[in-house]
Design a binder for this molecule. Structure first.
Ligand SMILES: [Zn+2]
Length: 230
């Protein structure tokens, strides 16, 4: 399984797993945010279109995003696999993606939901502290910063003063999780109905989650998947 989608709530560790997949297996993480920024920077036709919407504060329409994903999935680094990040977000987008992949003679081999209980997600997010200068990330319980002063001075002379991102505050986190659930549950149902959904317990160390992910990825493919490569 080398063409996949990772799903997971904020704080579930999806980004960490995506990085490990990219570094260890060479499966590139295809993030729609990156695609958008790249296309705008390159000034492609679709990039200019997307920029127009974003400058007006509008959502970029699905058709434009799909067009950008189409371009991205035809680039050389994706021939061995990809991990789509941030897309699709709705069953409508998932259907559009299925259509696009059919045209490209590709398909999603599996969708992996990294499952973490909500209280654990809340603890992970609200305890996070970041250095605004060097971007190093700490956690009050799991990866504590130097005790006094609260500076990022442990391994360097970085004078950054640690902050909590507004997104990670206890006032905001429950809303983020509710929004995630509302948005993602229909998508989970969509892929479960296709028989593509796998659930991995994400309430353990990143290495343990990665090991479970690898087991899934390397598991024997159903026959119809095998024939694609013959
Ligand atoms: Zn720093």
């Amino acid at each position: 399984m080398r063409r996949l989608i990772l799903l997971g709530a904020p704080g579930a560790g999806k980004g960490t797993q995506a990085q490990m997949l990219e570094q260890e297996l060479g499966i590139p993480q295809i993030s729609t945010g990156d695609i958008l920024r790249g296309a705008i920077k390159a000034g492609t036709t679709l990039g200019q279109k997307a920029k127009g919407y974003m400058d007006r504060g509008d959502y970029v329409p699905d058709a434009v995003v799909i067009g950008l994903v189409r371009e991205r999935l035809q680039q050389a680094d994706t021939t061995e696999g990809w991990n789509l990040d941030g897309f699709p977000r709705t069953p409508g987008q998932a259907e559009a993606l299925d259509t696009l992949l059919q045209q490209l003679h590709q398909h999603i081999e599996g969708v992996v939901l990294i499952d973490v209980p909500e209280p654990v997600l809340v603890e992970r997010m609200t305890g996070r502290r970041i250095c605004p200068l060097c971007k190093r990330v700490f956690h009050l319980s799991f990866n504590p910063p130097p005790p006094v002063p609260p500076y990022c001075t442990d391994h360097s002379d970085c004078p950054g003063e640690l902050i909590q991102r507004p997104d990670d505050s206890i006032e905001v986190v429950p809303n983020r999780l509710a929004k995630y659930r509302q948005q993602t549950e229909p998508l989970v149902d969509y892929y479960a109905a296709q028989g593509k959904l796998h659930i991995v317990n994400g309430n353990r160390t990143p290495d343990e989650v990665y090991a479970a992910l690898l087991t899934l990825l390397l598991a024997e493919q159903p026959p119809e998947h095998k024939t694609e490569h013959n």
